[in-house]
Design a protein around this ligand. Structure first.
Ligand SMILES: Cc1cc2nc3c(=O)[nH]c(=O)nc-3n(C[C@H](O)[C@H](O)[C@H](O)COP(=O)(O)O)c2cc1C
Length: 223
């Protein structure tokens, strides 16, 4: 697969088939992804890959608690600013609306929306879960490095015919995840990721999120 195809075919997959993914494939994806650049080559990433029984145990621990704790049990950081301003607010709202529309969930049906959101906590049934971890003491520049690494993982997965969904929905559950992974106190969760084979027939996988036109965010001069 060439880079253009990998980038163009990646999307946030929210329904997976149960088909297992071998550990060797995950190792290959991660090893390749570690070619991602990072400022001064700090390589500020740690990854925890879970599958099988270990993944089942985590899900069993979290999912039943979601109803009582829809806001999680201890967020590691604030994902979005408290008051998200334009154009970000509308973009966020619109992509949510499109997802729920694809599932036939009317926006007014808050219960159904929350139920769908809770699918994050079972990794949308993906056979593999990844958690991306960084040291607390590092700066925004290293978080950007980690972001590049995460994107490289998503693209490298495409080479194997696999799909992914990055998941900040795990951030409100940082405390539980960090306990479960037995992270040392100096480390914290950045995000989770579902990985596996896409269920192509699922309606939540059959739409694509929009992008702002190039002219609104790129400036060219001197060509
Ligand atoms: C760091 C990060 C965290 C995300 N967290 C979630 C999440 O928790 N749940 C979810 O369904 N999508 C999540 N997404 C997916 C975004 O909503 C998605 O990337 C965006 O709407 C663009 O759509 P696309 O990925 O299909 O192109 C996340 C994406 C990123 C990069």
């Amino acid at each position: 697969m060439n880079i253009r195809d990998a980038v163009a075919s990646r999307f946030s997959c929210r329904a997976f088939l149960p088909t297992p993914v071998p550990e060797s494939t995950i190792r290959d994806i991660l090893e390749l992804s570690a070619r991602a650049p990072s400022g001064s080559n700090l390589q500020p990433w740690f990854v925890h890959a879970l599958a099988g029984e270990r993944l089942a145990v985590l899900k069993k621990r979290i999912e039943p608690r979601y109803g009582d704790l829809p806001r999680g049990d201890g967020a590691g950081y604030e994902v979005f600013p408290g008051k998200l301003h334009e154009p970000y607010r509308t973009r966020r709202f619109d992509v949510g609306l499109q997802l729920y529309e694809s599932l036939g969930i009317p926006y007014e049906d808050r219960d159904a929306r929350l139920k769908q959101y809770a699918r994050n906590l079972v990794f949308f049934d993906a056979p593999v879960a990844l958690f991306f971890v960084i040291e607390r003491s590092l700066n925004p520049a290293q978080w950007a490095d980690l972001g590049m690494f995460v994107q490289t993982v998503m693209l490298a997965a495409r080479e194997h015919g696999l799909h992914t969904c990055a998941q900040q929905a795990w951030v409100p559950w940082s405390k539980s995840v960090e306990d479960f992974l037995k992270l040392p106190p100096e480390q914290m969760l950045f995000c989770g990721m579902a990985l596996g084979h896409a269920d192509e027939s699922a309606s939540e996988n059959r739409w694509r999120s929009p992008r702002a036109p190039l002219e609104t965010w790129a400036d060219f001069s001197g060509f």
